[in-house]
Design a protein around this ligand. Structure first.
Ligand code: F6R
Length: 242
């Protein structure tokens, strides 16, 4: 595991974007596993800057997103498909056919999970970008007695609903279930880049990286990954790096 300490959120975003850009430069046809949420927004901004200045080309890149809320259409501003278009895809030259996100509109959960696992199997992930949930979730793999290897249909934990309700008008509007890439697919990614910002993530980041391996902190399983890079800022790394 390599841990990089950034000065602040902007610096964290620059370091994370540099790592992703290096991946694309070395392998232009890279498969990127991508995350949504607040943390990667700055990273995506930096990637857009690199693209606009002519330093980074996404024409052969494929993307596979971690998760999507059930029932939300891609046009819904709260959907993760919309988030990705708005924060990255609409601003770079990635091809629409190379973008993969679970379909929140497919209510046949078995079929959708199977379809997504086929996508991942055909396109092994070179670099998986992850944020860290307040309860230690990665993707929407929530703390539980057991975790799933493949794509699964999850009930969102209350901590996740609490953290994400800021994006919705009312808490009742937050979908209660989602599709998420499974732990097996995340662990099989060749490289994992975990980003965490702010003191609010310090305790859970410490548990994830130094605590016992437990399904109650899904991110703790990342300790077993052979190529894990963590980029945090002063706040999130306060118990880990001085
Ligand atoms: C998002 C995702 C989630 C978030 C996590 C942290 O696609 O899978 O695991 O990465 O909830 O979210 P933020 O960055 O908003 O703190």
């Amino acid at each position: 595991m390599k841990i990089y300490k950034a000065r602040d959120y902007d610096h964290l975003s620059q370091i994370a974007a540099n790592i992703i850009a290096a991946q694309i430069t070395l392998k232009p046809e890279s498969v990127l596993g991508l995350a949504t949420g607040g943390t990667p927004v700055g990273t995506y901004k930096e990637l857009i800057k690199k693209h606009k200045s002519g330093d980074l080309c996404f024409s052969e890149v494929k993307s596979i997103n971690l998760d999507e809320y059930c029932t939300l259409a891609p046009e819904s501003p709260q959907s993760y498909a919309y988030f990705m278009n708005d924060n990255l895809f609409n601003h770079v030259n990635i091809k629409a056919e190379n973008v993969n996100i679970p379909s929140g509109l497919n209510l046949d959960a078995d079929a959708e999970c199977k379809r997504y696992d086929e996508v991942i199997k055909k396109n092994p992930i070179d670099l998986q970008l992850l944020g860290l949930g307040p309860n230690g979730h990665i993707g929407f793999n929530e703390p539980d007695a057991e975790l799933k290897l493949g794509t699964n249909h999850v009930s969102l934990a209350q901590a996740t609903i609490d953290a994400n309700k800021r994006y919705f008008e009312r808490e009742e509007d937050v979908p209660k279930t989602a599709y998420t890439m499974g732990m097996g697919s995340i662990m099989h990614s060749r490289k994992v880049l975990l980003i965490a910002s702010g003191e609010g993530k310090a305790e859970i980041l410490y548990k994830a990286l130094k605590g016992p391996l437990t399904t109650q902190v899904p991110a703790s399983l990342l300790q077993l990954h052979r190529d894990l890079i963590v980029v945090g800022d002063e706040g999130s790394l306060k118990f880990l790096v001085r």
